[in-house]
Write a protein that binds this ligand. Structure first.
Ligand code: ADP
Ligand code: MG
Length: 787
């Protein structure tokens, strides 16, 4: 490579900035790498660079884990092609890090195909896990064969016939028998020339033993059992050879690409395991291995590919999944320990007749059990010298705001200021109104900081916060601007945290020495996902709605009349309704237009007698607030809106939400929208309007009609869309997983997490070099460094 130093530097910067495809002076990181790779391909014609080029052409569109992987590959190929190449070629010194190309039975041609599957090194090959296994290990007597079962039969060839069907298909029919009966095997060939058929026939010498594995079929016209296209092996040479990888055992099935023969792959993996078995070290601490009866690593790898039996396979999988999840959780636990080491906080105490207690006593309702539990956990955290870093998850309408308010009060009670940050002005305004209502009677001063506030008012607010006159700041990201300073900020609440980037969270944190931080989200991320992504945060879940809430009745509709009737009935009873339109092609402008047109239609054609408000993203902030305020004050009966109302808006008197083109929304988003109603003890309704004919889409929407439980919906959404889509791929922050399945391995995840936390508490990672070096723990440290 000509510009090696420049490339190394670019890679280091890209890694430092966490794979954002950073822009250089003239172009992005990936386009720089692509052009360097093209030069190299022209020069050397080495297929290695070709595969890399394909990866980096994709880079811009890739998820972060994929990007990270591409970078790792780039680095490893650069290393092997420019440095240690000469040494590595000699097979005596092959190591787990060697290029697969140098393995026996794999040349540059197969290596190229493997590279495309992401297999570059010997170790990659060992970690190329089977997609599934097929059990050919059970040997059956012919008499006991059952249609549709996959079995292995041993027999003797009694006759072989070849013929051609009407459609010119060549068929070879082999009849075999054992001591209990006989059965036919059918083999087919698209070439029906006499020559081909003779050659096929010759593979089945009459009288020789044969072992066959396949699925038993019942032939519909003669009622005979057959095996079509079974795997087979003539016995003389192979029957006693237990290392036959394709037959009479539990056989691994791999994700393949074209041109890659599964037998070749099996053999390569099998040989590699045998060759490197003794280089594979067990990474997990011995006490964990014993506690969970995990297999040693080399055994786990061997058994995941070529299990002795089903039990061994399950054990191998458990061991590998455990290790993978443990490593992820260990990294998170170490991060948290590191955080705590550098931070300490003064424990906050709650007095019997202090603000917190007076606030709780003065509430017009009693906290739900889940709210009480959350409050207890939060107050517990606050009362320690480790700053709180907790994520509060609660379904829409579960009452997170009250809990957040209690946390703010705990700080104030101890002489600190507190802040709450919301993602939108509407939400900030709403929190502000709540806090004013709740806290003014307690003699507290609350300031609102949002972009649309006038400069003069803003300066006053900032002054009050700086000199400690004000107790609480509520705002949008306007809160984190440099001009905002606190006298003594002690606690921070971040609402709908997934709407903020890490940077914004850190910026808010920097406004004080070591504030206690509570982040909140109404996006019910299944616990498994939450602790994998946010493992550095503690997790509290509010899984109970306030008493008296009636489940929202959800229905799929496609008639306007039906919608109009329900709205009319509710509005005439003094209630209000939302009608929501989806974002059109990611364009606020188009969506705003569409919503405007629809509003006019509703107004002119259907509800001339009602007052209808319009809310969309193109309105100025104070216009939005005005609309929301009017809706809240019942000056509008109906609010036609784009998805701006999605998060957090709280108008308890609204009892109907109509969601147009519901098929365009993900389930979790629909659930969020639905959460705009059902916020009091009134019966509420959600109408999903969709004209889609797709069975699949209707089935998906149907889930909404069946449950009101956000966590159930999130689980389903996760099942349907997979973690990447579910979280929005770009910023998913999910670690790459080779074998663990975040949806189905949640039990193992909990175990691994508990062990990782325990490990960090009781050990020093430096005493466990293997663990410390394990994949994923130290990727960022030194890419081009030794090893
Ligand atoms: P979310 O968790 O979606 O942010 P909110 O905090 O906005 O929910 O609460 C929804 C509504 O429920 C608010 O009107 C709030 O005052 C009310 N609420 C909160 N807790 C309770 C409770 N324990 N009993 C009755 N109503 C409650
Ligand atoms: Mg809320």
């Amino acid at each position: 490579m000509d510009n090696l130093e420049q490339i190394k530097k670019a890679v280091e910067i890209e890694v430092k900035y966490k794979y954002i495809n950073i822009n250089g002076k003239t172009r992005s990181f990936s386009s720089f790498i692509c052009s360097e790779l093209r030069k190299e391909i022209k020069k050397t014609k080495n297929p290695k660079w070709q595969v890399l080029l394909e990866h980096f052409e994709q880079y811009q569109m890739d998820t972060l884990p994929q990007r990270k992987k591409s970078l790792e590959r780039l680095v490893s190929v650069i290393k092997s092609e420019t440095g240690e190449k000469q040494v590595e070629k000699r097979s005596e010194v092959l190591s787990l890090k060697s290029d697969v190309m140098y393995l026996k039975g794999i040349g540059s041609k197969i290596a190229y195909i493997l590279n495309k599957l992401g297999i570059y090194t010997v170790s990659d090959l060992l970690y190329y896990f089977p997609r599934k296994h097929v059990d050919y290990s059970t040997r059956t007597r012919i008499r006991d064969l059952i249609p549709d079962e996959t079995t292995t039969v041993f027999g003797t060839i009694t006759s072989v016939q070849a013929f051609t069907t009407k459609n010119n298909l060549g068929v070879v029919k082999v009849r075999i028998k054992d001591s209990t009966g006989s059965i036919s095997l059918n083999f087919f060939s698209s070439k029906s020339s006499k020559f081909t058929l003779e050659r096929m026939k010759a593979q089945f010498p009459k009288g020789s033993g044969i072992m066959v594995s396949g699925t038993v079929k019942l032939n519909s016209y003669d009622g005979m059992l057959t095996l079509d296209k079974p795997a087979y092996s003539i016995m003389d040479d192979e029957i006693l050879n237990s290392s036959n990888l394709n037959l009479a055992r539990i056989v691994p099935i791999y994700p393949l690409s074209e041109n890659l023969n599964i037998k070749t792959l099996r053999k390569a993996i099998f040989n590699t395991i045998q060759l490197f078995k003794n280089d594979i070290e067990t990474i997990l601490p011995q006490n964990i291995i014993e506690k969970y009866q995990l297999l040693e690593k080399k055994e786990a790898l061997e058994q995941i590919h070529f299990p002795n039996d089903n039990e061994a396979l399950q054990k191998a999988r458990f061991s590998l999944v455990f290790e993978e999840l443990f490593l992820i959780q260990l990294r998170l636990a170490l991060m948290r320990e590191e955080n705590n080491k550098n931070l300490s906080s003064i424990p906050l105490e709650i007095k019997k007749d202090g603000l917190v207690m007076r606030f709780i006593d003065g509430l017009p309702f009693e906290l739900t059990g889940a709210q009480k539990k959350a409050v207890k956990e939060i107050l517990n955290d606050l009362n320690s010298s480790n700053p709180m870093q907790r994520l509060l998850q609660g379904d829409v309408g579960s009452g997170k705001t009250v809990v957040a308010c209690i946390m703010l009060l705990a700080a104030i009670e101890n002489g600190y200021q507190a802040a709450i940050m919301a993602p939108t002005e509407i939400l900030a305004q709403q929190h502000y109104n709540n806090l004013i209502n709740w806290l003014t009677p307690l003699g507290l001063k609350v300031e609102l900081l949002i972009g649309s506030i006038r400069k003069k008012q803003r300066t006053i607010s900032e002054t009050n916060l700086r000199n400690g006159q004000a107790h609480i700041a509520v705002g949008t990201h306007a809160l984190i601007q440099d001009s905002v300073d606190f006298a003594n900020l002690g606690a921070v609440v971040i609402d709908e945290q997934h709407r903020f980037g890490v940077k914004q969270r850190l910026a808010l944190r920097k406004k004080s020495q070591n504030p206690q931080i509570l982040t909140m989200t109404a996006t019910p991320i299944p616990r498994t996902l939450a602790i994998t992504m946010n493992g550095d945060l503690d997790l509290t879940i509010i899984d109970e709605l306030p008493k008296g809430r009636k489940p929202i009745i959800t229905e799929m509709v496609n008639s306007r009349r039906q919608i109009a009737n329900l709205i009319r009935r509710e509005v005439d009873a003094g209630r209000q309704a939302y009608i929501v339109y989806p974002l059109i092609e990611e364009s606020e402008t188009l969506s705003a237009k569409a919503a405007t047109i629809e509003k006019e239609k509703w107004q002119n054609e259907i509800f001339p007698d009602y007052k209808i408000g319009l809310l969309h993203g193109k309105l100025k902030n104070d216009e939005k607030d005005e609309v929301m305020e009017k809706f809240k004050n019942k000056e509008y009966d109906i609010l036609v809106s784009t998805t701006v109302v999605e998060v957090g808006v709280d108008v308890p008197n609204a009892t109907v939400i109509v969601i147009e083109n519901a098929e365009r929304f993900g389930l979790s988003q629909l659930h969020q929208l639905r959460g705009r109603v059902g916020r009091s003890d009134l019966q509420s309704y959600c109408l999903l309007s969709s004209s889609t004919k797709s069975q699949e889409t209707r089935a998906r929407l149907n889930i909404m009609t069946e449950t009101n439980d956000g966590f159930v919906i999130a689980e389903q959404d996760l099942q349907i869309r997979g973690p990447g889509e579910f979280l929005g791929t770009r910023q998913s922050g999910l670690p790459d997983m080779l074998i663990a399945d975040i949806v189905n391995d949640s039990k193992i995840l909990e175990l691994a997490r508990a062990e990782a936390i325990d490990f960090v508490k009781n050990n020093n990672i430096n005493d466990f070099p293997l663990l410390k070096d394990a994949k994923g723990l130290n990727f960022n440290s030194d890419l081009f460094g030794a090893g």
